[in-house]
Design a protein around this ligand. Structure first.
Ligand code: NDP
Length: 291
């Protein structure tokens, strides 16, 4: 079946809807329980991209009615001192969610820092306990970007059950959790990486999620007609233009649905962070009354 042109998946609009849902629940929590969800973001040093991301997160947190804090130690902070910052946030009852913006300076081991965040306050879903629970198919805090992709699939009425899903990229923050979430929804999942025969795998995908960080690496001609294409990649070209990991125009001629870059997956990551923080506040900020 030939597709004239794919329908665009408007991540900006869906993300706005998620934030509005979160805001409505925050209003209710404040009114009924006097509880305001709190999100603390830790940004170490002066990485310019991190500054942009953290500003976006702070803005969204304010918009949905959270209390939010940015802790901004300088580049030279020791690992031990950063751990102390995390311990203090873990102990603070006003803080329901803690996010440590990556990357961290080279002398700090991100695994040590991520593991130090209390799992119930890990709103990124990166703590080994949360990542492990996802692997076991248990209910848990989910990594924001793949969680956002699942919401986009839901919004376009794409049920992964029985479909061939191909995830390109196997990072702990996108590719692996993405594959597990699709598996949980009963897709038949293939994970690709730098040693895969990429074209062969992509050609069989009903649902294709690409998270590599290689500008237009996946060619439009490889896309199976009618496939749903989700492009997580964000790459700055020398002319300043932001492009994804998929050759967009050519892919859009074959796909049924496709995410644009920017305006596809990007806004969903922050929206799902708001969702995760709200859920953390509800789970751990409220004492269950049912016995
Ligand atoms: P990583 O660099 O951690 O992982 C990249 C993955 O791509 C690796 O598994 C690597 O394989 C694989 N890869 C590299 N080259 C190829 C190739 N030629 N063929 C197949 N696979 C390949 O990246 P992230 O997962 O952190 O991010 C991926 C992209 O998504 C980036 O562009 C990033 O900016 C973007 N991103 C966007 C977000 C958003 O909110 N929209 C959030 C997070 C990331 P191997 O393991 O073999 O090295």
């Amino acid at each position: 079946m030939a597709w004239v042109n794919a329908q665009l998946i408007d991540g900006k609009a869906v993300a706005a809807r998620v934030r509005a849902e979160v805001k409505a629940e925050v209003d209710r929590l404040k009114y009924e329980h006097g509880l305001t969800p709190g999100l603390a973001v830790v940004r170490v040093g002066e990485d310019p991209a991190s500054k942009v991301y953290v500003n976006g997160k702070k803005k969204a947190a304010e918009e949905v009615g959270f209390r939010s804090w940015e802790l901004h130690p300088d580049e030279g902070i020791s690992q031990a001192a950063l751990l102390e910052v995390i311990h203090q946030l873990n102990a603070d009852p006003a803080v329901h969610g803690i996010l440590v913006q990556l990357p961290l300076p080279k002398h700090i081991d991100p695994d040590v820092i991520i593991s130090a965040v209390k799992p119930e306050k890990d709103v990124d879903g990166f703590h080994p306990l949360n990542a492990g629970n996802l692997l076991l198919g248990r209910s848990t805090t989910r990594a924001c970007t793949p969680y956002g992709v699942m919401r986009l699939l839901e919004e376009i009425g794409c049920d992964p059950a029985g479909k061939r899903a191909v995830v390109v990229g196997r990072s702990n923050i996108v590719g692996k959790p993405m594959a597990l979430m699709l598996l949980q929804k009963n897709a038949t999942v293939t994970i690709c990486h730098s040693k895969s025969d990429l074209r062969r795998e992509v050609e069989g995908a009903d649902i294709l999620v690409v998270a590599v960080g290689g500008a237009e690496l996946v060619k439009g001609a490889w896309i199976k007609p009618g496939a749903v294409v989700i492009d997580v990649g964000m790459n700055r070209k020398p002319d300043g233009k932001l492009v994804g990991d998929v050759e967009f125009a050519a892919a859009a001629e074959r796909a049924s649905f496709i995410t644009p870059v920017p305006g596809g997956v990007g806004p969903m990551t922050i929206a799902m962070l708001m969702r995760n923080t709200l859920d953390a506040a509800v789970r751990y900020g409220l004492v269950p009354v049912v016995r």
